[in-house]
Design a protein around this ligand. Structure first.
Ligand SMILES: O=c1ccn([C@@H]2O[C@H](COP(=O)(O)OP(=O)(O)O[C@H]3O[C@H](CO)[C@@H](O)[C@H](O)[C@H]3O)[C@@H](O)[C@H]2O)c(=O)[nH]1
Ligand SMILES: O=C(O)[C@H](O)COP(=O)(O)O
Length: 332
């Protein structure tokens, strides 16, 4: 539908308007000295899930180490979960000063699952902070204000329990930059789904952002969806567990990252839709009895014809960390 043909929707829900008024801030609102004064005994872990991120992980770890460990004692540990990298991500991250743990070395007695959500869930059994900040390892032109921005609301307001990043998302390809062209899955899949089924979350600008932070007492009570469903699942589950007012949002400026192909994003989108289905089902909102197919069929041009490629977009789920035997919790 052309822009001019779009019909106006209802205005933002009053609850969302109030949330945006009360729970939105910017990275600039949270200078390091203000956070150091507020930190007290709270321990902070920064976790980066990383699969084949040798080009960017070192710079990100290095910036956090320099600005928030050496120059100011704000971050107590930097953990990189090496998610089955086949390059030297682990070595690069360790050289930059991170504690590096292989995803499959954590709770090896459990049958392995895969994907980003699995890496994050495993990190709950490695990181020891009272507050955990998650940061993707493929970010370019990274600034440690990403971490301070996310920590601001958590360290200064006890009623905030989870903080989500938002930012502008350029799309950069072959030397061309499209200012707001990034976040394709966000715009085409996640945002419409959220507005359809969880409209109180409509004020979350970047529901799939890989940069967010939470108090352990919340994170350890959440199931983690494996793969790329983890962010949507977590947002919906935090809303259910803690309520909208426990969530804050911080504008971190601009985010640049490595873009995946449209085909790969099809798989991500499938996992996100499966995750939405799983939450609708759990919330008793599914009236259809037949579960959705978990097979994604895609096509690649092959001479005069097309190669058919099928893959599974099924998502698994790990239970809340707190119910896992031998879960250690925060001790840094
Ligand atoms: O099996 C995996 C796959 C990815 N990653 C890491 O997870 C981060 C994000 O993965 P990426 O493939 O770069 O995701 P994006 O294409 O950037 O996807 C966006 O949308 C996803 C779905 O919500 C989120 O998980 C991402 O954080 C968000 O940036 C990166 O550090 C990856 O190295 C893993 O650790 N293990
Ligand atoms: O978050 C998203 O929507 C996906 O990661 C795609 O992002 P991109 O369009 O910036 O590559």
């Amino acid at each position: 539908m052309a822009e001019s043909q779009k019909r106006e929707g209802d205005p933002l829900l009053p609850q969302v308007q109030e949330w945006l008024r009360n729970r939105m801030s910017s990275a600039a609102d949270w200078p390091v000295d203000k956070l150091l004064a507020a930190k007290g005994d709270t321990t902070v872990s920064v976790v980066l899930p990383a699969r084949n991120e040798r080009e960017t992980v070192g710079e990100i770890v290095g910036a956090i180490r320099r600005d928030l460990v050496e120059s100011a004692p704000l971050v107590d540990e930097i953990v990189v979960i090496d998610s089955r990298s086949v390059d030297d991500t682990a070595e690069v991250a360790a050289a930059a000063g991170a504690r590096v743990v292989a995803q499959d070395a954590v709770l090896p007695q459990l049958p392995p699952m895969s994907g980003k959500g699995e890496a994050l869930w495993k990190s709950m059994h490695v990181a020891r902070g009272d507050v955990i900040v998650f940061v993707d390892a493929d970010l370019r032109e990274f600034s440690s204000s990403f971490v301070t921005g996310l920590l601001g609301p958590l360290l200064t307001d006890p009623s905030v329990r989870y903080v989500k990043a938002c930012y502008d998302r350029p799309y950069v390809s072959g030397g061309t930059t499209v200012a707001h062209g990034g976040g394709r899955v966000t715009e085409l899949v996640a945002r419409p789904l959220i507005n359809m089924h969880w409209p109180v979350l409509a004020g979350v600008l970047q529901p799939l952002s890989g940069e967010y932070a939470g108090r352990r007492e919340v994170l350890e009570r959440l199931p983690f969806v494996t793969g790329y469903g983890v962010e949507l699942g977590m947002l919906i589950d935090v809303l259910e567990l803690a309520g909208l007012d426990a969530i804050a949002q911080v504008d971190l400026g601009v985010r640049l990252h490595r873009h995946q192909s449209a085909e790969a994003l099809g798989g991500m989108s499938g996992q996100i839709m499966q995750t939405a289905w799983s939450r609708l089902e759990r919330q008793g909102r599914v009236v259809r009895l037949e579960p959705p197919s978990t097979t994604l069929t895609q096509f690649r041009r092959d001479g005069d014809g097309h190669e058919v490629r099928t893959s599974s977009v099924a998502v698994d789920e790990r239970p809340p960390a707190i119910v896992v035997p031998d879960y250690v919790g925060s001790t840094v």
